[in-house]
Design a protein. Sequence first.
Length: 270
Amino acid sequence: MSILVRPRETKTLTGTSIFPPKASVRHSFDRAAHTYDTASKAQRWICARLVNGLPPTLVSAVILDAGCGTGFGMEVLGRRFPAARLIALDFSQAMLSRIKKLEFGVAGDVEKLPLCNEVVGLYWSNLTMQWCDIFAQCREARRILWPGGMLAFSSLAPGTFAELEESFAQIDNYRHVLPFRPLETVRQALEVAGFQNIRLQVEPCVAHYRDLKSLMIAIKSVGANQIGSARRPGLMGRNAWKRLEEAYEKRRTPRGLPLTYQVILGYAQK
């Protein structure tokens, strides 16, 4: 059975211009591919939480990892479903090239999947939805799932990177954090796409860093430094950086400087 029949089409992110252009997102993740694995502690924790929420009786012969990055989720899924055929899909060819054991990989857009209808039993997506047209992604996910198939995804909710946003607010009036979608919008997208048995929850994940520089490097190293329009033009000056450090230092804990991810864990069925 062939699953690659739909040619991929590049299109602009729909919705408001606060979201970055797709070319910028791809470029950011291409550049981050060689550092992603060393800076993705939060992403790995979220991946573990997502797989733990799958029904214990779930069995799937074909799984799509949509937005697979460097393949950590593929390893987790392979251990959980050792007999399944795993399909890796990512917007960034550089990310795909970092996967050590790749059974089947394709560079593609989750908003316009180059796959046939009803070809996978589990659509898995860890921390991809916040970059996309959520309605298009949910619609495509349902299209390629076979009847009774399951969608499992994580995304980020408002309040993510709140410490960074609030510290920057003391420096300037520009946007420094992507405006993440509320849970109600995520539920609406799933319902409009036709999913049933929707289960959503939000959990905080707090990472800690020794200083502001290492925190900012970690964000950039996983490609999460694209914020769309209304961003600060040019680089920060030395004085602005010092003020930002002073503002963030007030949040220091015994473990270091905190950075919070408000994580949406979602499950639904076709």
